[in-house]
Design a protein around this ligand. Sequence first.
Ligand SMILES: [Cu+2]
Length: 69
Amino acid sequence: MKTEDIKIAGMTCSHCKAAVEKSIKSLTGIIDLKILLEEGKAQVSFDESKVSLKDIRASIEEAGYAVKN
Ligand SMILES: [Cu+2]
């Protein structure tokens, strides 16, 4: 298992938070997810054999938000 902090631009309200959450959680292999709205980041724990950081970044972008790292 790996845990990464991903910085996300453009999340301004609970709706944004929910959209990002839903998108990341739709991936297989996500073990734990915390979205910190005020800090503009997501703390994601995932199974590296099932999903990559690249996939997670892509899912955030699909939800309409930019990944900063
Ligand atoms: Cu919003």
